[in-house]
Design a binder for this molecule. Structure first.
Ligand SMILES: [Zn+2]
Length: 243
C-alpha cells in the first residue's frame, strides 16, 4: 500500500501538468525572431523584395484567413503569412515562430477560401504541434546550432516533409482548426483531389500517390467521426482582382 502511494507520488511529480509545454531549445520569443530572420532571408533570396502591389494584396488576403484560424490555436504566436507567387510550386511550408510561406502555384488549384484555410491550417499545425520546435531542437542537439544566431540557419531546412504520420496529423488537427473558424472541412478533400485529377491528366494510368489518397480517406473518416457532414457551406476564393 505504502509502495503504491510512493509510486503514485513519484508518477505525479514527473507527470507534465495539463497545459505545460515540453522544454524546447528556443523560447517562443527566440523562435519568433529566428522565423522572422529566416522569412527575411527567404524574401531576399527568392527575389521578393520589393514586392509588387498585387502580391501584397494576395498576401494580405491569405493573412486574413490565417488571422481567423490563429484565434483558435494552442500557441499564442503572431501567425504571419509570406507569399511567394511562384506558379510552379503547389504547396506551403512552416518556418519557426508562426511564420508560414504559401506559394502561388497552390492558389491556382483552388476555388474556395475553405481550401486556402485548409492549407494554411495544415502549416499552422506544423508549428502549433511543436514539430517545427522539434526540428529546431534536433539541429541544436546534432549540429550545435545557436537559436539566437540566424546566420547559422537556412529557411530550406524547414521546407522538408515531416514524414507521413506528422503530415497526416497536420491535416487531421488542421481540419479541427478550420471547423472552429467556420470553414468547411471537406475542403481538404477538394484540394487533395485536385492533385489526383491533375496527376491523371498529366500522367494517364499512373496510380495516385498513396500519401495523397490516404489523406483523402483520413478527412472522410474524420468528417464521419466528428459528424461534420452538414458543414458543406463554402466561401468563394476572393483573390484580389479575380472578380
Ligand atoms: Zn505539411
Amino acid at each position: 500500500m505504502q509502495i503504491t502511494k510512493v509510486v503514485t507520488a513519484v508518477a505525479l511529480l514527473i507527470t507534465v501538468p495539463v497545459g505545460a509545454q515540453p522544454h524546447h531549445a528556443a523560447t517562443d520569443a527566440q523562435e519568433i525572431a529566428l522565423g522572422a530572420a529566416l522569412a527575411d532571408k527567404f524574401a531576399a533570396e527568392r527575389g521578393l523584395v520589393p514586392r509588387d502591389d498585387q502580391d501584397r494584396r494576395i498576401e494580405a488576403y491569405i493573412q486574413s484567413v490565417a488571422d481567423s484560424l490563429g484565434r483558435h490555436t494552442r500557441r499564442r504566436l503572431p501567425w504571419t503569412i509570406h507569399y511567394d507567387p511562384h506558379p510552379g510550386i503547389h504547396s506551403g511550408f512552416a518556418l519557426p515562430g508562426g511564420h508560414i510561406v504559401i506559394w502561388g502555384g497552390i492558389l491556382s488549384y483552388m476555388t474556395t477560401e475553405d481550401e486556402l484555410a485548409a492549407i494554411v491550417a495544415h502549416e499552422i499545425e506544423h508549428i502549433d504541434d511543436d514539430q517545427v520546435s522539434g526540428r529546431i531542437d534536433s539541429l541544436v542537439r546534432t549540429k550545435g546550432r545557436a537559436v539566437t544566431d540566424p546566420s547559422q540557419w537556412r529557411w530550406q531546412e524547414f521546407g522538408a516533409s515531416y514524414g507521413e504520420t506528422k503530415e497526416n496529423l497536420c491535416d487531421y488537427d488542421g481540419a479541427k482548426l478550420a471547423v472552429q473558424a467556420d470553414y468547411a472541412p471537406g475542403a481538404y478533400e477538394t484540394l487533395l483531389r485536385s492533385f489526383v485529377v491533375l496527376g491523371e491528366v498529366h500522367a494517364p494510368g499512373t496510380p495516385a500517390p498513396k500519401a495523397i489518397t490516404d489523406r483523402i480517406e483520413q478527412i472522410r473518416a474524420e468528417i464521419a467521426e466528428y459528424h461534420w457532414e452538414g458543414l458543406t457551406k463554402t466561401r468563394a476564393l476572393r483573390l484580389p482582382l479575380s472578380g
